[in-house]
Design a protein around this ligand. Structure first.
Ligand code: AOF
Ligand code: ZN
Length: 365
């Protein structure tokens, strides 16, 4: 592995991240073609998952792909899906060498892409920036291997961890810059998820605004009894932007019908005492194809996800005001009996954002 390989792979990873949130259930892959020290093609997985990154980069390079090195952020696919295999396309274009971080976890590929390339005389180097690539593909890996999407839990709260006053006032705790940053984060996820309490209290639209993105994230609302306002923003836009509602199995048939008529997709989930089972919610979302879910609370849903130990990343926006013990806590009861049982996270970033602090944490293993 050389410094040159690392540099071009870093570029391919940056390009691949452009597809995050847009190409589920496929992974967001990046590809850079380099011929004689010159970049001749760049590509990333397109909205909806196709064309694949390599196809885009090869089309750009044309004849200049002959003899080039392809830096791809995942093993090139070997299967005949809706498009022909990328490894065949790389071979046909005369690519001399492929550099990738690791094998694909999709059973249809799983080493067969590398094998086909080597068999045709293409040199293959693996292991380049594998840690970084594993972070970027974490959602795709989790879905493929564990059947659930990656979960980022975002909370915007006061210095003392409150998300509203006792009377429910919450707009606004954090500033405009932090709220804008949230739209950028929503865009990089396949879905934005909230609990029913938040949907009722805030009447959110849960869309990405002012960023000109190719595909809006799915809106997911978790509501055991399907008690959501039929005249709110979510209901009004359910025909245009996907709205999925996770609910308990025994719900009022009229409500089911009303939401279906509005265009929502209903996902029945198993119960866990009085709440929906958090692991089952994620299993349903994984089954439906989601790889990256951005949960924006409220406290009850945040508590369920954390208690089930299925939060992969925490994003906190902390504002310089205090609300006091009577305010609504950001995270509901976890039922811990000792500190050892508390879900722990490792700090990955802190940054001032306007008058607030952004901090990001990743699940400690
Ligand atoms: C690549 N380059 O850009 C992506 C790949 O449904 P299909 O036919 O599009 O295949 C989806 C699978 O292809 C997906 O599960 C993963 O294994 C791979 N994704 N492969 O060579 C790409 N997005
Ligand atoms: Zn492919």
């Amino acid at each position: 592995m050389s410094a040159t390989d690392t540099r071009y792979m870093a570029l391919a990873l940056t390009l691949g991240r452009r597809g995050q949130g847009m190409c589920w259930p496929n992974p967001a892959v990046g590809c850079v073609l380099v011929n004689d020290g010159r970049i001749v093609g760049r590509g990333w997985t397109q909205p909806g998952g196709r064309p694949h990154a390599e196809t885009v980069a090869l089309a750009q390079a044309g004849g200049l792909a002959r003899g080039a090195t392809a830096y791809v952020t995942l093993e090139p696919c070997a299967h005949h899906g809706k498009t022909p295999p990328c490894c065949d396309a790389l071979i046909a274009a005369g690519i001399a060498r492929v550099v990738a971080p690791f094998q694909d976890v999709d059973a249809r590929v799983a080493g067969q892409g590398f094998e086909a390339l080597r068999k045709d005389g293409v040199a293959v180097t693996t292991g380049v920036l594998a840690d970084r690539a594993a972070q970027d593909h974490a959602g795709f890996f989790l879905r493929t291997e564990q059947g659930r999407p990656l979960i980022t839990l975002k909370l915007a709260n006061s210095f003392d961890g409150r998300i509203a006053t006792a009377s429910g006032q919450s707009q606004w705790i954090t500033g405009a810059q932090a709220r804008r940053a949230v739209h950028g984060m929503r865009a990089r996820h396949d879905a934005v998820m909230v609990g029913a309490g938040t949907a009722r209290a805030d009447d959110p639209s849960l869309t990405v605004r002012d960023l000109g993105i190719a595909r809006q994230p799915v809106r997911v609302v978790v509501s055991r009894h399907l008690e959501l306002p039929l005249l709110g923003q979510l209901a009004r836009s359910a025909r245009d932007i996907p709205l999925w509602i996770c609910h308990g199995e025994a719900v009022d048939g009229e409500r089911v019908k009303a939401w279906q008529e509005l265009g929502a997709t209903l996902l029945p989930c198993a119960l866990d005492g009085l709440r929906l089972n958090a692991a089952d919610i994620l299993a349903q979302l994984g089954q439906a194809g989601l790889t990256r879910v951005f949960c924006e609370g409220g406290s009850s849903l945040a508590g369920s996800l954390l208690a089930a130990d299925i939060v992969d990343e925490l994003v906190g926006f902390t504002a310089g005001l205090t609300i006091g013990a009577e305010g609504l806590p950001a995270i509901g009861a976890l039922g811990l009996d000792s500190l050892e049982a508390a879900p722990r996270f490792e700090l990955i970033e802190t940054r001032a954002i306007g008058p607030d602090i952004l901090h990001r944490w990743r699940r400690a293993f």
